[in-house]
Design a protein around this ligand. Sequence first.
Ligand SMILES: NC(=O)c1ccc[n+]([C@@H]2O[C@H](COP(=O)([O-])OP(=O)(O)OC[C@H]3O[C@@H](n4cnc5c(N)ncnc54)[C@H](O)[C@@H]3O)[C@@H](O)[C@H]2O)c1
Length: 452
Amino acid sequence: MDRRKFIASTGAAAAGTFLANPVTGMAAVNPQRRRKKRVALVGTGVRGVGMYGSGLMRTYSDYVDMVGLCDTNPGRLQVGSRIVDAGCPTFTDLEEMIRKQKPETLIVTTEDRTHHDVIIKGMEMGCDIITEKPLTIDEVKAQAIIDAERKYGKRVIVTFNYRYPPYRARMKELLMEGLIGDVTSVDFHWQIHHRHLQQYMMRWHGESNRGGTLWVHKSTHHFDMVNWFLNSEPVQVQAFGALERFGSKGPFRGKNCRNCAYTSECPYYWNINENERLKTLYADNEHYDGYIRDNCVFRHQIDIYDKHSAIVKYANGAFLNYSLTADTDYDGYWITFNGTKGRLESRVLGYPRKEYAELVFTPVSIYNDKPAEVIKVAFDRGGHWGGDPIMLDKLFKDPDTPDPLGQQAGVRDGVMSILIGVAARKSIKEGRVINIASLTDLEPQVVKPAFT
Ligand SMILES: NC(=O)c1ccc[n+]([C@@H]2O[C@H](COP(=O)([O-])OP(=O)(O)OC[C@H]3O[C@@H](n4cnc5c(N)ncnc54)[C@H](O)[C@@H]3O)[C@@H](O)[C@H]2O)c1
């Protein structure tokens, strides 16, 4: 795209284009003409019952029948079932649910370390899969999913909702249109607010064998964004990481927040009993499985990192300079694409929340000495900068609409994004550069294969 065309397309007349999403812009399918899809949900935690449970019942009940709910914790399953209010049977056994209810699609919202078991069992028993990120937490489980997909030929979609906010779709379009030429490097720095991070440290996310560390649990989103924006796959990773404030680094520790002697001096004190949904889902049911939702953020079991830096080399020659700084005073990030014809950057703050994102395009001065252009792109309503409802429409309401930006993601995307985090963990432990090709049998490609 040349500069004149860019300015014309970013002017007031084009504002509507920025606000519209390429997915939701399509005509909706008449629900009467399509049979409802039989779906079942595995994992009735807060994400499952909210986004995919009550969320589907509220907005997509013309398109889907929720035919079963499953969770290994019988108490949480019953509370979850009341929240979802689908009137469907509940199961603590996955195989029994699939055998009896015959869902066409399983929605997987379990703890990260169990995703592969549910995904593989679901495919083996004939289901397509819609799974939350991360696809899984290590390379061995990733290979098992790759093998199962090849064996059973089912469709697996990984819900990378971070690809869907309208302003990110606009960034992707601008990159695809060649606004900044070939991208040679990306600078990407993400911050997690104290309160947000604390929710990770309190739960299984703080233990590497359960959430794969934030390199996988959280950064899978970020690495997927970069893979998608660059339309290429990672080949090498070098990383550093440290745990500086949590786990054994903390000054004191208690059993959990509710039973702690240090509530007045602990900056991370949080009372789960003040949140009715979390209390009834988790605290009231911890006697079944010992899942403590308000664990001490200074417990010795925490073995993940709170400071992360990595350099990633891509098959197309681009470099990514990435950091994830946990425990800061804002949620947000800064991303910059440096290209042969210019630079495109965006800084987004979660708290305090703005109504729009600003994209800044700076032409390379050797070609053009005009000042930077600022493009404002509104957030849509809904979770994750307006991305969640757009993704859900594509999944459940308009699955056959075209996907010109390649926003829908499959197993290969899920694997390529977690492998950067897996390689980062390995790189930190072994103090060397890790080749992505050494982790699974997927060979990184210069041009990312499209998910169809
Ligand atoms: N895309 C996003 O922005 C986003 C946001 C939040 C959570 N998530 C993902 O959603 C998933 C769920 O998150 P959450 O916060 O609700 O977690 P959670 O721990 O609160 O809930 C997980 C539920 O799964 C159940 N479970 C665990 N193993 C199981 C198994 N083998 N079979 C059946 N049930 C099982 C647990 O009992 C629990 O009820 C995670 O994978 C997380 O990464 C994604």
